[in-house]
Design a protein around this ligand. Structure first.
Ligand code: GCO
Length: 462
């Protein structure tokens, strides 16, 4: 074990702390047309010329659909106690409504059983962006009918996977689905309308609340929550214009989701700015959205810097950048969590994604990704600092288990702690996977010592 990157070792985490790795269905499964799976909006989007940087798609990806058993062994060998993955809606319900696909349901049931058999807690995300294309053909998330279709789908998943999983997440990153999918159009379904974006975000939140109510009514007693992508939003300069813009962007990224869930209201400043592009909200919707949750998942990668004229570039910031040109800013994680703890009555928090793409090179069978190790080490340290200030955090998951389809960047950007050779599908631990494994062993040893100490105190044995 190298003596470098040991900031995170200064902290002993609670014995029941959840340590995991995360993936999502479209990014790893492949088998896009196998065993009755229907097309998703990402299958369609990949066919749009220029949509994906390397013109790739999800047809093969990491072949996880066929290699899942070996992948479960891989996860177990890391020493994590949790694995976060998503269910592909069109794999289990090809048209997004009507008939379910037994082969798809069975795939996830087997995966859950295998994880549990190895002592790995399954964290199941119901929507990690791969909406059935058949629903998009009817307006997708902009159509209020999709809300009920989602609740029906979620109910079927609960019937099948039940209370054996560790937790269900309704949606992953509704801001990304809404804004990148419907405003900037750089993600599926590739639309460009702010009014549609806001309606989509409202329907995602509504379907989240309705799903919590429906699953609980069906006897679900495992924790239910949502995963948000959050960052501190800071102005690029002290100018009044940049500061005003930063407040509005914080409203659109964070308060637009946190306020209705925890305060039963959309932020007034964002509403006023939207004017006629504000979403249509029916009476009672906010009561449903504010249905109490058991936990909140936070995905943290970087901070968000905004300038009124859009001129700010990460290259100007002086901070180190990762391979996505995102600033590496671990303090942002503590700042974000401490601010949220002050502003909202938080349930337990899980960091459901944190990690980075770095320019990895496979040399004689090894990837020496010290930059990724430093990133993870610094962020676990930042997390511990927020916990020391009283923020209730229950777990941390690295994005990602393995290199995979990075959306509009295709396969060119690698976020995995396990390297994937896409030609052979060979998986190889990067140095960061070894580091995480060592870190988790160290944490278990700390626990062991702490427990041994307790026993000694109780029995009076020295
Ligand atoms: C996310 C995404 C992941 C991305 C990761 C890196 O939830 O943002 O879940 O799918 O791959 O964030 O961009």
């Amino acid at each position: 074990m190298s003596p470098k990157h040991t900031l995170s070792r200064a902290h002993t985490f609670p014995a029941d702390f959840v340590w995991g790795v995360a993936t999502s269905s479209f990014q790893i499964e492949g088998a896009a047309q196998a065993d009755g799976k229907g097309p998703s909006i990402w299958d369609s989007f990949c066919q749009v010329p220029g949509a994906i940087a390397d013109a790739s798609n999800g047809l093969v990806a990491c072949e996880h659909y066929d290699r899942w058993q070996a992948d479960v062994d891989l996860i177990a060998s890391l020493g994590v106690n949790a694995y976060r993955f998503s269910v592909s809606w069109p794999r289990v319900q090809p048209l997004g409504q009507g008939a379910f696909n037994e082969a798809g349901l069975n795939f996830y049931a087997q995966l859950v059983d295998a994880l549990i058999a190895k002592g790995i807690a399954p964290y199941v995300t119901l929507n990690h962006w791969d909406l059935p294309q058949a629903l998009q053909d009817q307006g997708g998330w902009a159509n209020r009918d999709t809300v009920q279709h989602f609740v029906n789908y979620a109910s079927e998943i609960f019937k099948r996977l039940g209370n054996r999983v560790a937790a269900y997440t309704t949606h992953n990153e509704p801001w990304v689905i809404a804004v990148l999918g419907h405003e900037s159009g750089i993600f599926a379904p590739g639309l460009k309308s702010r009014a549609t974006t806001m309606q989509v975000s409202h329907h995602l939140l509504l379907s989240h609340g309705m799903t919590l109510q429906a699953l609980r009514a069906q006897g679900c007693n495992v924790p239910l929550g949502i995963v948000l992508n959050l960052s501190p939003t800071v102005p690029a300069s002290d100018s009044a214009a940049d500061q005003a813009k930063a407040i509005l962007e914080d409203g659109r990224l964070l308060r637009w989701y946190m306020d209705p869930i925890f305060k039963k209201v959309y932020p007034q400043d964002v509403m006023a700015d939207l004017g006629s592009e504000a979403p249509h909200i029916e009476p009672g919707d906010l009561d449903i959205i504010a249905t109490p949750m058991d936990y909140l998942g936070v995905n943290y990668y970087t901070r968000s810097v905004v300038s009124a004229d859009g001129s700010w570039k990460p290259q100007n910031s002086g901070l180190p950048l990762n391979d996505m040109d995102w600033e590496i800013f671990p303090e942002g994680l503590s700042q974000l969590l401490i601010r949220m703890h002050q502003d909202y009555p938080l349930p337990p928090i899980y960091i459901t994604e944190n990690g980075g793409a770095f320019p990895d090179a496979l040399k004689v069978g090894q990837v020496d990704d010290q930059d990724r190790i430093r990133y993870i080490d610094q962020h676990i340290d930042a997390l511990a600092q927020a916990m020391a200030q009283g923020v209730p955090v229950n777990g941390y998951m690295v994005w990602s288990l393995m290199d995979n389809f990075e959306w509009s960047s295709g396969y060119a950007k690698r976020f995995g702690i396990v390297h994937v050779d896409y030609a052979s599908q060979k998986r190889t631990f990067k140095a960061s996977a070894h580091w995480y494994q060592d870190f988790l062993t160290y944490q278990r040893q700390q626990q062991h010592h702490a427990n041994a100490g307790k026993t000694a105190a109780i029995t009076g044995v020295d």
